[in-house]
Ligand binder design. Sequence first.
Ligand SMILES: NC(=O)c1ccc[n+]([C@@H]2O[C@H](COP(=O)([O-])OP(=O)(O)OC[C@H]3O[C@@H](n4cnc5c(N)ncnc54)[C@H](O)[C@@H]3O)[C@@H](O)[C@H]2O)c1
Length: 243
Amino acid sequence: MGRMTDRVFLISGGARGLGAAQARLLVAQGATVVIGDLLDEQGQALASELGPSCVYVHLDVTDEMQWRSAVARAESLGKLHGLVNNAGVYKPLPLVDTETAEYERHIRINQLGTFLGMREVVAAFERTGSGAIVNMSSTVALRSAGNAIAYTASKWAVRGMTKGAALELAPKNIRVNSVHPGPIDTDMLNVRSREENLRRVQQVPMKRLGTPEEIAGLVAFLLSDDSVYMTGSEVAMDGGAAL
Ligand SMILES: NC(=O)c1ccc[n+]([C@@H]2O[C@H](COP(=O)([O-])OP(=O)(O)OC[C@H]3O[C@@H](n4cnc5c(N)ncnc54)[C@H](O)[C@@H]3O)[C@@H](O)[C@H]2O)c1
């Protein structure tokens, strides 16, 4: 891994799951991490556990003012080098059963949240001189997936925005890449029954769920100087699920 000390990273949805694993890994690599989430209790507990190199802030990713405060807090701790747009919601439903409010909820959190995060961090990265953004998409944005119309729409948007932003921001020395996890063992999968999840695992060529730590390793790589010539890339980590 490249040098991560003296670097500050902001992770949305970092109180649990994939975001929490990213925070743990980055802190272990010597970085300072700000985690933003709605889950104040879990976020505070994680920050206390990780010590002074981890700070929790309340951040609703659909609120641009809260993004501004989170970025300002991160900048107050040192040079802001990276953002992970990791916060997300997942409620898989077929097209005809998806109510407008549920569709809009996915778009607001997964899509608008990612847009706001990217927009609000650019000025800080310009002050730092460089930056890296990782947007959490999904294998559903690499191939077709049924019965999750709202989630699929939001994650294809994240994939598309990543490429547009990468093109725009490359001259500013800001890289933007998307990560496309397959099924990973987090609370997000509790939306389905255990039996349904076991059945889905059998459809994964590697026949197992991924772990949050495995995805964290990829995210840390994309945030580090080891990936310095990568931008606009979409990277799957999915046990072959998108094949
Ligand atoms: N677990 C998987 O199988 C999987 C697969 C593909 C992609 N992903 C993506 O990875 C990301 C992390 O998911 P996870 O598996 O850790 O799920 P998770 O539900 O454990 O974590 C999601 C986090 O986002 C937070 N969040 C939700 N709405 C928010 C809002 N408005 N503002 C701020 N934070 C908010 C939640 O409180 C939670 O801490 C999501 O974007 C998800 O879509 C997960």
